[in-house]
Design a protein around this ligand. Structure first.
Ligand SMILES: [Zn+2]
Ligand SMILES: [Zn+2]
Length: 382
């Protein structure tokens, strides 16, 4: 469930900082829980939205990484609203000056609560899905593929540290390396104290001496990456494999999502796949069907000789055991099923015609042939 912070504040994505501030003030007035028309849930929601898009840096991140970044705790996850309300209302009993809301709110919610919160969960980057085209045989026997993908990954310049090369990470002075700060704010509800992730080091406890030029300290950049991927034998069209941690990297030392590689099989005219079986057809003549024969069948292991017994009917299916596709993750293989098609000749020489007629005569078959001058002659042999 992702939240659209712009929608919550009723502003366009292109809204200026001033527009956002105005929209927030108006809504804050309207929904303030201490007012008759107040709604604490709504108030909390607009506050959360303003924390993010009312802040230049966070808005940039939100725009770039989207709601997922927010879901994963990147933005002010642990604000501790209940604590805030209790503290503000009970212990301080502050005096309220609703007329003065605007600027104060801007200060309180714009800055103090940010930074992921003291109970920051580790952010995880997005999962990625890619398609890979495989030949029939590659899918059957497995393959190694090189995959190229544009993805958010650890910045190569700073190796994900966010520090300009040659400079080091320093203990954060703001939080003395704890990653958490306690802030006392004068609010419309009186003074309040809040523990939050240090806004300067984002809860990391240390900061780059100088931020990396390439990633501006986020530790991630979007770049083209090559990956060698092993496709397991037996994979079928539409199936996917997951590569843990090969998805997008979350900024500021967060985790990486997963990469899903979905397989598309290229068409193969010689045979088709039916689960773990392979299906193909072979065409034989009347005579071969009647007398029996041996035919060469192309299987995925190469050409195999198959015996067709005398008296084989068209559409009969023969099974070449173990010549099919390996079970995904197993050792057993399916079969190769060969459907025999008995071909009816369409062009006969005089001699052949004579033979067929004799045959028909022998069987007592009624036949109809095209006669001279376009007449149709029906000839019955008895
Ligand atoms: Zn960098
Ligand atoms: Zn800090």
């Amino acid at each position: 469930m992702s939240k659209d912070y712009y929608k919550i504040l009723g502003v366009e994505k292109t809204a200026t900082a001033e527009d956002i501030k105005k929209a927030f003030r108006k809504l804050a007035h309207q929904h303030h829980p201490d007012k008759e028309s107040g709604n604490e849930t709504k108030f909390k929601e607009i506050n959360e939205a303003y924390q993010v898009i009312g802040n230049v840096d966070k808005r940039k991140q939100y725009d770039q990484f989207g709601a997922d970044f927010e879901q994963q705790g990147g933005f002010g996850g642990g604000v501790g609203w209940d604590d805030f309300m209790r503290y503000a209302r009970g212990q301080n009993g502050g005096s309220f000056d609703l007329g003065d809301l605007g600027d104060i709110f801007g200060d309180i919610f714009g800055g103090a609560f940010g930074g992921g919160g003291a109970r920051r969960r580790q952010a995880v980057g997005n999962d990625i899905e890619m398609r890979v085209d495989l030949d029939f045989k590659e899918a059957v026997f497995g393959a190694e593929k090189t995959i190229e993908t544009y993805r958010v990954t650890a910045c190569q310049r700073c190796h994900g540290q966010g520090a300009e090369p040659g400079t080091t990470l320093k203990k954060c002075a703001t939080c003395a390396g704890h990653g958490i700060v306690e802030q006392v704010q004068r609010t419309i509800l009186g003074y309040m104290r809040q523990r939050a992730a240090c806004p300067d080091c984002r809860g990391q406890g240390n900061r780059p001496e100088k931020t990396c030029q390439e990633c501006t300290g986020t530790g991630v950049t979007k770049q083209l990456t090559k990956l060698r991927v092993k496709i397991p034998a037996g994979i079928d069209d539409g199936q996917a494999i997951r590569l843990d941690g090969e998805g997008e990297q979350a900024p500021y030392g967060g985790g990486a999502g997963d990469l899903y590689i979905r397989v598309t099989l290229r068409r193969q005219d010689d045979f088709q796949r039916s689960g773990n079986d392979i299906v193909s057809t072979t065409t034989i003549s009347f005579a071969q069907a009647a007398l029996g024969t041996k035919v060469d069948i192309l299987t995925i292991d190469g050409v195999v000789e198959m015996k067709i017994p005398a008296g084989t009917q068209s559409s009969k299916v023969f099974r070449l055991k173990g010549k099919g596709v390996p079970q995904l993750g197993g050792s057993q293989r399916g079969d190769h099923l060969v459907t025999v098609v008995v071909h009816t000749p369409s062009k006969l020489s005089k001699a052949e015609k004579k033979l067929f007629k004799d045959l028909a005569h022998l069987h007592g078959d009624s036949i109809e042939t095209g006669g001279l001058f376009g007449f149709r002659l029906s000839t019955a042999y008895y």
